[in-house]
Design a protein around this ligand. Structure first.
Ligand code: ADP
Ligand code: F6P
Length: 318
């Protein structure tokens, strides 16, 4: 019997609840004890810890967000704080820690692992910015939310023959934007991977307008440009009426898609299989349709996935 702690950290993502359910049920089934740690690494330091039974995770699978709550806790970057966390885990007899989150959370898990706590990472972030895995939990749900929103924007954009700029989350990763732009048939795509040349962009808008394309959807990743100012500049320089929409946190909410539920359930079972085999210091992921696991340090250093093919598909079909 092993004692397993589990927490969700960083931005919440639909599907996190599925992963928590999966780890909890599979671990109890394997004869282990599970301790839910609320509010991520902050809750660990605050000892916001509860022993779970199989019913604790009932009726959570279909819910968005994370019932374990989440937090950003920059203090965890300090080694003294992590040493305190190790003491707390020892006090509870928790030998394994399952961390569900993005690259920041994985960095915390890697450092805890270096201090002797056997950590396993489950990728949970809408950004899809962990390169070692094809998909992270939450990406599919967020993408579907974005597609639904842009389909609605298209109605009004077409009715008024306007340019509509849509800012999408992703931090420094263009995956949500690229997949969304292809899925909605956007006319323009601006991401960290495509780069942004404002003059080229404005010229393309003007040219397309002359060709008879009177309304257009522009999908842009956050943190590249102020979209409200960009909309004003487009109006001034091209005379095309333009509006900007920042989709914001609505992208993180909602019931997880079946695909995200499946991913969470599959990640959770592989996590428990690793624990059953006394293995820590790893993270789980998906490669094609195969669930994989990898050393957490190697995963964090994994080289960037090429987006060229998808960007080409966008360019050839826009
Ligand atoms: P995500 O996990 O989604 O990338 P963050 O980057 O906000 O989200 O990281 C979540 C949490 O992980 C941080 O608030 C902090 O507690 C922890 N963390 C992030 N970076 C580090 C680091 N370099 N060392 C230790 N802990 C970290
Ligand atoms: O990492 C998930 C994410 O939603 C990013 O896409 C976004 O940049 C960030 O979190 C927003 O963070 P917060 O919820 O702290 O505003």
């Amino acid at each position: 019997m092993k004692k397993i702690g589990i927490l969700t950290s960083g931005g919440d993502a639909p599907g996190m609840n599925a992963a928590v359910r999966s780890v909890t049920r599979a671990a109890i089934e394997s004869g282990h004890e599970v301790y839910g740690i609320y509010y991520g690494y902050k809750g660990l330091i605050d000892e916001n810890i509860e022993k779970f039974d199989r019913f604790t995770v009932s009726e959570k699978l279909n819910r968005g967000g994370t019932f374990l709550r989440s937090a950003r806790f920059p203090e965890f970057k300090n080694e003294e704080v992590r040493i305190e966390a190790v003491k707390i885990l020892k006090k509870y007899g928790i030998e394994y820690l399952v961390v569900i989150g993005g690259d920041g959370s994985f960095m915390g898990a890697k450092k805890l692992n270096d201090l002797g706590v056997k950590c396993i990472g489950i990728p949970g972030t809408i950004d899809n910015d962990l390169n070692y895995t094809d998909f992270t939990l939450g990406f599919d749900t967020a993408l579907n939310t974005i597609v639904e929103a842009i389909d609605k924007l298209r109605d009004t954009s077409a009715s008024h023959q306007r340019c509509n700029i849509v800012e999408v989350m992703g931090r420094n990763c263009g995956d949500l934007s690229i997949h969304a732009a292809i899925s909605v048939g956007a006319k323009h795509l601006i991401t960290p991977e495509t780069g942004f040349d404002k003059d080229d962009f404005l010229n393309e808008l003007i040219e397309r307008n002359k060709e008879g394309i009177k309304y257009s959807i522009v999908v842009i990743t956050e943190n590249i440009v102020d979209v409200t100012l960009l909309a004003k500049e487009i109006e001034e320089k091209t005379k095309i009426e333009t509006r900007a929409t920042i989709l914001g946190h609505v992208q993180r909410g909602g019931a997880p898609t079946a695909s995200d539920r499946m991913l969470g359930m599959r990640f959770g079972v592989r996590t428990v299989e690793l624990i059953n085999a006394n293995i820590g210091g790893r993270c789980v992921g998906i490669d094609g349709d195969e669930i994989i696991d990898m050393d957490i340090t190697d995963a964090l250093e994994f080289s960037n996935r090429s987006k060229t093919d998808l960007i080409r598909i966008f360019e050839m079909t826009k």
